[in-house]
Design a protein around this ligand. Sequence first.
Ligand code: G6P
Length: 608
Amino acid sequence: MCGIVCYVGEKSAKPILIEGLRRLEYRGYDSAGLAVQNGNEISCYREVGKIANLEALVDGKSMEGSTGIAHTRWATHGEPSVKNAHPQRDQEENVYVIHNGIIENYHLLKKQLEKKGITFRSETDSEVLAQLIAFYFDGNLADAVRKTMSQVEGTFGMGVIHRHVPGQIVVARRGSPLIIGVSDEGHFVASDVSAMVRYTNKVVHLQENELATVTADDFSILTASAQQIQRSTETVEWRAEDAELNGFPHFMLKEIYEQAYTIKNAFRGRLEPGEGVPKLGGIMPVWEDLKNCRHMVLVACGTSYYAACVGKYIFEKLTEIDTEVGLASEFRYRKLNFPSNTFVVAISQSGETADTIAAIKEAKRKGARLLGIVNVVGSTISRETDAGIYNHAGPEIGVASTKNFTSQLITLTLLALLLGRHQHLSLTEGIQAIRALEALPDQVRELLGQSSHIEAIAEKYFHCANWLFLGRKYNYPIALEGALKLKEVSYIHAEGYAAGEMKHGPIALINPEMPTVAIIPDDEMHEKMLSNIHEIKSRKGPVIAIATQGDEKVREIADDVIEIPPILDFLTPILSVIPCQLLAYYCAKFLERDIDKPRNLAKSVTVE
Ligand code: G6P
């Protein structure tokens, strides 16, 4: 959702904040703003649209000062407009606040403040924070923020400055991430490390219901009940260049290409080929219970949910565990009743998705043990779960998730293989799976070599307004993910279907203007998929097939074929999803869409 970046130190704040906003833009991009403080002067600018608009607005404007806060917004309350952009101010313009999250009781608080004669200027829930902090302020900013925290319901990551407290930023969190960055040239606070990784890799994670007072030389953390907390810094492994385009036109394309080595990073150091079993240090704290687990629930949202859906098939193949999947946004409202020793596995790139966090909290209340499959180290889900596995995919900046998906499939496979080897899988099967995993990076490289062929296919069909994606078993979720990718970045309407369901409805849509992407690897589903392709061709629908190399039967019937290298059936999704990602990317390119920042979307959905 929204992105927050703050700086207090020796340097000029303005360029640091603008640079930080650019790196956080994927979190929200309908409006942005910044406030820079110099003594008792605060200069504040806000603009609608992308960060580039704000940059143009402040270009040439003198904004002296080395303390500042900045925000890029994804609107929840109030349309994207200058008055609703952040920083929000109190009526006297002493307090400036940036906020990520939702203040659920803002109506009530606003009414109470209005009764006291306080005038509101925006339609946002966030303005109530600025007005309340100003109301409680009696010289100690942290105290005023703490009192405000006790009044508000909902979620927040906030950064606050006060005209009469120069050189100090107070930040607070409940439900929305905030990370303090420590460097010799001052301190940073941001929603994620990408905003500060250019300056420092030493960070401190603020935890739930904590606030911190940050100055150029120091920071101190307090709980909501004013207890002082000592926390040492951690070192993050992401490098500044990970968050650069490095010659690619878009992060989405860069991240699709990175998959050859991000896949490897997901299993690097975790395979024991001789034993046919993976090593997963992160789950050792729960291993005694996990190895006897007979019921598992994979919960997630968006693309991570489709990884969970593939995971279910992989668990069914490799283990004896009864595995279920749940959309986190629905799961949290279900009447949950878990058999004993159930593990709920939260799958999330960001580790901050509000619905996924709520789902695991509910699962914990109902007695389940929790595992996390997460990319962002130190994120909320990685902390709230009993144990977990990191994807090690590096920062994913493109809003449409790509490389993280394939890493999630690898980590899910490792977990299933480990459990399966403690159940019924033989050494030979274990070794075979490990060899197949090790072969993947080269196979991905080979597949990426077909990019220009896939681009040509996209050029042939990007004008078509409706697409269908079909798959079966392991590749049914890839049909869903392929359709999602196309929708997200090109705005073309696409539906993903289990191919067996085609005759129950979607076949009515087939016509020469509606391409079908049929995912048909050489597996046990091949003949059935082939029949589906024939049914589409008889109705003059164009077919783009994603098939195993050398599949002559598919070549004879499909209009276009994208070949994937041969691999074990349960690993085919890791390869078949890549042509889907590239098709979506190139269609969006031909349609001149804003590929890394599709309209209305945000990378990290930290509100319900
Ligand atoms: C948003 C993103 C998707 C992502 C989903 C879940 O909708 O745009 O790309 O798949 O959130 O995010 P998570 O961080 O939990 O994987």
